[in-house]
Design a protein around this ligand. Structure first.
Ligand SMILES: C[S@@+](CC[C@H](N)C(=O)[O-])C[C@H]1O[C@@H](n2cnc3c(N)ncnc32)[C@H](O)[C@@H]1O
Length: 582
């Protein structure tokens, strides 16, 4: 089947005596020579820690020359630094276009971590007895699963002897660094995943089995008719059309073979939520009692699946007594993390919609969330460059005219309330609270009472960097008056204050300005347990246990739909630009 037509794996093409290249589907003759040379690198990295490998992999490793010593040590050093030099070496040997034949794209670690966390939520406290990595490549999932679940057997299945050999080298490297890896049971199977499925999910295999990975996105046109026929023979219930790509075929077949306690979590093309080719898969998920969750990246971000393909993670949990609503989310990769920027659910008590991400009631969900940035502008308060000169106490300002003084907040340390009214602003913190900002107009003459104050401070303040940027060193003209003040540093609870006094904030504070609506429901939610948890999630944590939130962190903050609706006084859908399917 697939192996005969696409990538021979029985060793006949890798005869150690005559071979000078290795067969990897899609690779040119020159690329095959390069890939053959990689065998020496894999042998050098593996050293004496190499475990059992399939024959073609062993032949590939044994017949290549060892690379120069400095190359070997550079690769080991990169592995020590936590990089993935084996994936890089593979990618350097074969062009991206030719890698596509086998759908070879390596998954970034943040996506792997995100999926492992999702799986843990669906394991209900259990550990998988076995993890199967369909299309294991150089082992992003195999290695992460072996790290996370020490006692699980991990089976890495791939049709490509080179990536499987690099994975063998990677595992050997882990063994050389940590003796406990000797006890991890990791099997490498050089095989077509679809044909291996019935054996992998045999009825008497220990449960639960977890199928975890990023199967190859090989387009239907690249699959031979023989392969499609064989896949059809393996099928039991889930309908497949002839147009399904290989990843969808792998997922549909996996669902067929999952036993009640087994589960799967795979990266798939985002189009599975609406294409005809995946209709059978969607129907099977809809009618099952398994938890189903899909996190889909935006169409214009193709972070890892490859050219022109939108990515989604599909989690299918173990069978439950009741079918819970399907959980859907839009995902984004940001700063080395996967963030869910919008979540909602879809009950399975009616016929399934054609497009799961385009259902009419998608947003009518209590647990849907929206990014704070959809209705709020976030910015730090005013930077003066010399707060002691610009922020004044009651007695310091007493001699100055009212029109050069603006209510301000330099810090919230001594403010105990939740709303800064004008009355509260006049009294809080005592007489030495610097609650007034000197706001002289650069286009007007300096009022007489201020002439000596300016002369007294000119030497110290006028040469400071920010002073030199202003039209007059003593004139601050940017005076944002945010609706909500956020104290960015805390041991435990972030202080959130509604700024009814319209005071100008100092740059010790962050300010939230609503584009429309009432700030009170947002401030209330930010002070709630859930809001504070969300604030901590987007904060940096320091070693003493304190948290600091920056404007960039607030931009990642997610607000429940119900809170947004209360703020803007109408349904929040209108704030969103709809996402069109590809
Ligand atoms: C998208 S890559 C994923 C690699 C790796 N799991 C990762 O996430 O970094 C898909 C992998 O599937 C493998 N593959 C392609 N066709 C296959 C088949 N019929 N059976 C098993 N593996 C296959 C490719 O060789 C490639 O390593």
């Amino acid at each position: 089947m697939w192996m005969e037509t696409v990538a021979p794996t029985d060793g006949t093409d890798v005869d150690p005596k005559v071979r000078s290249s290795v067969i990897v589907a899609g690779a040119t003759p020159l690329e095959r020579l390069r890939l053959a040379a990689l065998g020496g690198l894999a042998r050098a990295v593996a050293g004496k820690h190499l475990g059992p490998v399939p024959f073609p992999v062993a032949a590939w490793m044994e017949t290549a020359e060892l690379p120069p010593a400095d190359v070997q040590s550079a690769v080991i050093e990169a592995l020590r630094r936590g990089e993935d030099p084996l994936a890089e070496a593979y990618n350097a040997c074969i062009s991206a276009a030719n890698r596509r034949q086998l759908g070879t794209v390596f998954t970034p670690s943040e996506v792997v971590d995100h999926m492992l966390d999702l799986v843990v939520d669906n394991l209900y406290g259990r550990q998988p007895a076995c993890v199967i990595d369909p299309g294991a490549g150089v082992g992003a999932f195999t290695v992460a699963a072996a790290r996370r679940w020490h006692n699980a057997r991990v089976i890495a299945v791939d049709i490509n002897p080179v990536t499987l050999g690099l994975l063998a080298a990677r595992i050997a490297y882990e063994r050389s660094q940590d003796a406990r890896w000797a006890r991890r049971r990791i099997d490498l199977q050089l095989a077509d995943y679809a044909s291996a499925l019935p054996g992998l999910f045999a009825a008497d295999a220990p449960a639960p089995i977890l199928a975890l990975g990023n199967p190859p996105y090989t387009r239907t046109q690249s699959l031979t008719s023989g392969y499609k026929r064989d896949a059809e023979r393996l099928r039991k219930v889930v309908e497949m059309t002839g147009h399904a790509n290989l990843a969808t075929v792998f997922q549909a077949l996996t669902l067929e073979y999952l036993r009640a306690d087994d589960l799967s979590c795979m990266v798939l093309p985002g189009s599975i939520v609406y294409t005809d080719a995946a209709r059978g898969l969607r129907r099977a998920m809809w009618s099952s009692s398994r938890p189903v969750e899909i996190h889909r990246w935006r169409a214009d971000t193709k972070p890892f699946v490859g050219r022109n393909v939108q990515a989604a993670v599909l989690m299918i949990g173990p069978e439950r007594s009741v079918a819970r609503p399907i959980r859907l989310a839009r995902a984004e990769s940001m700063n080395g993390n996967v963030e869910l920027i919008q979540r909602w659910t879809m009950a399975r008590d009616k016929p399934p919609p054609d497009n799961w991400f385009w259902a009419e009631d998608s947003f009518d969900q209590p647990d849907a969330v929206l990014p704070l940035t959809t209705f709020v502008t976030i910015r730090r308060g005013t930077a003066t460059g010399a707060n002691f000169f610009f922020f004044l106490t009651d007695s310091e300002r007493a001699a100055f005219p009212d029109d050069v003084i603006t209510p301000a907040v330099a810090s919230l340390r001594r403010f105990e309330g939740t709303v800064m009214t004008q009355a509260a602003h006049r009294t809080w913190g005592g007489a030495d609270e610097p609650r007034w900002l000197l706001t002289l107009d650069p286009y007007k003459p300096v009022p007489a009472p201020l002439v000596s104050y300016l002369a007294e401070h000119e030497d110290t303040v006028s040469r400071r960097h920010l002073s030199t940027q202003r039209r007059e060193w003593w004139a601050i003209t940017e005076l944002p008056r945010p609706d909500i003040l956020v104290s960015p540093l805390t041991q435990k609870t972030f202080k959130i204050v509604v700024n009814k006094a319209k005071a100008v904030a100092s740059n010790n504070l962050l300010g939230l300005t609503l584009r429309e609506g009432n700030p009170a429901p947002l401030a209330k939610w930010l002070r709630s347990i859930e809001g504070q948890r969300e604030l901590r999630r987007v904060s940096r944590r320091y070693s003493g246990g304190s948290f600091k939130v920056e404007p960039g962190g607030l931009k990642r903050l997610q607000v429940p739909r119900s809170v947004v609706a209360a703020v803007i006084g109408r349904s929040p859908e209108s704030l969103l630009t709809p996402e069109l399917p590809l």
